[in-house]
Design a protein around this ligand. Structure first.
Ligand SMILES: *Cc1c(COP(=O)(O)O)cnc(C)c1O
Length: 392
């Protein structure tokens, strides 16, 4: 049918731009695994605490299937609300020290569902230009006037507020907490101060902060000591929590409003019992002790300490540069997409899976490394040795 011919042309264009992507087969969640048939060390996982392969989560998920079945059978407001949803939402709220929490089917949906419920054509969104695609798409779908400020640029945000805030009803500031393709943190205390000064709501996406940052692993908000501020704390159950789903934590009014007005929550089936139970088990494990988290930070420190002197010499052929990071995401920047693709392939030849991230996803090309608590110190050594080889 001619009506579909454009698909082939569009794909050809994608190929020509070197933007074509395809899936790779990986056999499991661990720090090692088989990628497209090859044994590799996995530095591409968001499972920071190694909980996706933890038998305690698996047992909780299986028990929930036996109790509640495999599906939630309906939307939460219709017939799909289970005790386990309530337990998970209460556990998240307790952990985050908020009045309440609500779980969505994914983090992506939580962002779209929340932003579109909170603001519309009469309102203003000011957002960090490095924000995750789900935040950007939520902002576009909401119909609110959207302006982006330069990455973590508080002065530019203030200028935008001075120019635009008065012309709109509500204003929503939106930021990642840990920036997923860089590993640095948002300037949260400054953002909170501006939100208060200009009467704005502030949504912080803790997808890569939850379970990782803060004394109890509650995230970037805890890390900065900002738990008293009234915020919209969004996050995912699918990264450090090793399951699937998203959440929003905040005031009782916020969560009650979302239950009544967020179509991304109302018109979709409740989170599956297995995913819900696995996430609940993860929250409980994280709250019981900080061992996994301190192990994670030990590995991050080990890698940073090895890489910093190694990459300091600027005269090396690849001009590798470690981007500033305060998280388990460490990025090694290189001058061109071609050099980063080649480096990623050379790492793979040495059995190390660390993906090349290129424009248009990010402005500059880089190897993105994510560290897990379950990496052994020798595996971190293997990675640094392999990077040293590239850079010599
Ligand atoms: C992964 C991610 C999401 C989406 O979460 P999912 O649960 O995977 O849909 C949202 N925001 C950020 C910053 C993320 O990294």
């Amino acid at each position: 049918m001619a009506a579909y011919d454009w698909l082939q042309k569009a794909l050809t264009t994608v190929h020509k731009a070197n933007w074509y992507r395809s899936v790779k087969l990986m056999d499991g969640p661990g720090p090692t695994g088989v990628l497209n048939g090859q044994e590799v060390l996995n530095f591409a996982s968001n499972d920071y605490l190694g909980l996706a392969g933890d038998p305690r989560l698996a047992e909780a998920a299986i028990a929930a299937i036996h109790t509640y079945g495999t599906g939630s059978t309906g939307s939460r407001l219709l017939s799909g609300h289970r005790l386990i949803h309530e337990q998970l939402e209460r556990a998240i709220a307790t952990w985050k020290q908020t009045d309440a929490a609500i779980v969505y089917s994914s983090g992506y949906l939580a962002n779209i569902g929340t932003i579109t419920a909170l603001v519309n054509q009469r309102d203003l969104i000011l957002a960090d230009t490095y924000n995750h695609a789900s935040l950007k798409n939520g902002a576009r779908l909401s119909g609110a006037t959207l302006h982006e400020f330069g990455h973590a640029n508080v002065a530019e945000l203030q200028t935008l507020l001075d120019t635009h805030r008065a012309h709109h009803r509500r204003c929503l500031l939106v930021t990642d907490s840990v920036f997923s393709m860089d590993g640095d943190l948002c300037p949260l205390p400054d953002l909170i101060a501006l939100a208060e000064q200009y009467d704005c709501m502030l949504l912080i996406d803790e997808a890569h902060g939850t379970g990782v940052l803060g004394t109890t692993g509650a995230g970037c908000v805890e890390h900065f000591g900002c738990r008293e501020a009234e915020l919209i704390q969004m996050g995912t159950l699918s990264k450090a929590l090793g399951s699937l789903g998203g959440y929003v934590a905040g005031s009782a009014n916020l969560i009650d409003y979302l239950r009544n007005r967020s179509t991304g929550w109302i018109y979709t089936t409740g989170l599956s019992p297995a995913d819900t139970a696995a996430a609940l088990a993860a929250v409980e494990i994280i709250q019981e002790g900080s061992e996994l988290r301190s192990q994670l930070w030990q590995r991050v420190t080990q890698l940073k300490q090895a890489l910093t002197p190694q990459l300091a010499a600027k005269d090396k052929p690849l001009k590798m540069q470690l981007l500033p990071s305060e998280s388990p995401i460490l990025c090694v920047q290189m001058p061109t997409p071609a050099s980063v693709l080649q480096a990623s392939q050379q790492l793979l030849d040495q059995g190390i899976f660390a993906p090349a991230i290129r424009p248009p996803t990010v402005p500059t090309s880089r190897i993105r490394i994510s560290v897990m608590a379950t990496h052994q110190p020798e595996q971190i050594d293997q990675l640094t040795d392999a990077l040293a080889c590239l850079n010599s």
